[in-house]
Design a binder for this molecule. Structure first.
Ligand code: SF4
Length: 458
């Protein structure tokens, strides 16, 4: 008999992707096989995100589309997980009669029980937090620590969950709860297991990843430990907060070949007045000083950021301050968003007074400026040599593989020999959009590598 099929639709950030991989593990243990289409599935899970308004709308439109599938197969189980589930809870069950389960991020490992309850004819709501008083919690249960998923050669490890910062625009503290950190040995055990399953690149995840702390053991100590894991050549992490970033972390990054030269450090706005309104806890000067230091000691560092346009009260002057930061820092990658009020947040009580057209104009301006900066900067790669980690085949072009530099630049290289998880020395021959194009070069020809060490074991 064929195993029952499960389909998971994931919206949002890497944390949600990670939760999806964890759900896949839980469902595989229950005998489910994963499928890439909702048609024919016995279980559909929507793993949702509510950080922006759009993904939330997508959830309801997807749920509308599952009604037909449920008509065809009344046994089909539909579950809504993630931040929208946590936030909306019972409202989803009331609004969508075809939904059987609504569960929050803290209830993921209870999925088998919830499925059994549906089979007994119940509709299930589980959005209860694990107790928050404990600031240290091994929130991946012991029996699941070594059941992590490697996708290609990449894997995620969640090291903290939740956030205590309460930025006034952000829904995360309400949908993911207060911040807790995992014991370092629990994390390192997961890392060693993922490496044994073929992981070459591990991403440490946390809503405020660098505020990780268990007693006197902080993010720097954890990063130091991971950079020494045998057989793990690349470590990345996201997202750090500027307040918890310090020069010691910059020094460690510059020093350790296996800690990738990539940093996503959100600045959100160039205006000190708005940064205070957002409760970011730093000035733009403090942010820029940290960047200046890390660039001075680590010129290969690639930076990216999030920013919000049209936050309540944003004037032309505030917006000009934001543009100045873009010109000064010249980010490799930028994720700009139009402000939209999110439920329960403090900014929800502020007047959303920047007209929609102004937000759109400002967003278009930011995108155009960033495109110009990017086009100018990416050309400096042409003619250089890079070491890339191959992540997969080019989806459209035959005999071509795609990889990433340690700064996270995407590179396409013509090759019939390279496989996922291989490292390759390449010479960049062209650049278009966000992509670099390269030819493989023999190791004998190449200059000594000053970047990521292959299979670094320190
Ligand atoms: S630090 Fe990040 S996750 Fe935490 S409240 Fe602020 S924006 Fe949200």
């Amino acid at each position: 008999m064929e195993p029952p099929k499960a389909f998971i639709q994931t919206y949002g950030c890497q944390m949600n992707e990670h939760d999806t991989y964890r759900m896949m593990g839980v469902l595989a243990a229950e005998g489910y096989a994963m499928t890439n289409t909702p048609e024919g599935a016995s279980l559909i899970v929507l793993n949702t995100c509510s950080v922006r308004h759009n993904p939330e709308n997508k959830v309801y439109s997807f749920l509308g589309a599952t009604r037909g599938l449920k008509k065809e197969n009344p046994e089909l189980i539909v579950a809504v997980a993630g931040c929208v589930a946590q936030q909306e809870g019972e409202n989803i069950l009331k609004r969508e009669k075809g939904v059987d389960i609504v569960f929050g991020p803290d209830n993921l490992f209870e999925l088998p029980e919830m499925i059994s309850a549906v089979r007994r004819g119940e509709r299930v709501l589980r959005t209860k937090w694990q107790p928050h008083e404990r600031r240290v919690q091994n929130f991946i249960p012991e029996e699941w620590v070594e059941q992590g998923h490697v996708e290609g050669c990449k894997a995620y490890i969640s090291i903290t969950k939740g956030c205590d910062n309460f930025c006034t625009f952000c829904v995360v503290p309400y949908t993911r709860g207060r911040e807790v950190s995992r014991e370092s040995e629990n994390i390192l055990r997961e890392a060693r297991d993922l490496v044994s399953k073929g992981a070459k690149e591990i991403w440490l995840l946390g809503q405020n990843v660098n505020s990780y702390r268990v007693g006197s053991f902080g993010f720097a100590e954890l990063l130091d430990g991971l950079s020494k894991v045998s057989g793990l050549p690349r470590v990345r992490f996201t997202s750090p907060h500027p307040n918890d970033w310090n020069n010691d972390l910059s020094d460690l990054m510059a020093e350790r070949p296996s800690i990738c030269n990539q940093l996503h450090l959100p600045f959100q706005s160039g205006s000190d007045r708005l940064l205070a309104e957002m409760n970011r806890g730093h000035t733009i000067e403090e942010y820029l000083e940290k960047i200046e230091y890390m660039r001075a000691i680590n010129p290969r560092l690639e930076l990216s950021s999030d920013l919000i346009v049209g936050f309540p009260g944003e004037t032309e002057e505030d917006f000009a301050d934001t543009l100045r930061v873009l010109e000064e820092v010249r980010f490799a990658q930028l994720y700009p968003f139009k402000y939209s009020p999110r439920p329960k947040t403090k900014a929800m009580n502020m007047e959303d007074d920047v007209p929609r057209e102004v937000k759109e104009d400002r967003l278009a301006h930011v995108i155009a400026l960033q495109r110009r900066i990017h086009e100018e900067d990416i050309q400096r790669y042409v003619g250089t040599e890079e070491e890339i980690l191959i992540g997969g085949a080019h989806p459209k072009v035959r005999h071509t593989m795609n990889g990433r530099t340690d700064g996270f630049r995407p590179v396409s290289v013509v090759s019939d020999e390279l496989e996922i998880g291989d490292f390759a020395r390449v010479r960049i021959t062209g650049a278009k959009g966000h992509w670099l194009y390269a030819e493989r070069i023999d190791r004998e020809e190449s200059a000594p590598v000053a970047t990521t060490a292959l299979g670094a074991e320190q």
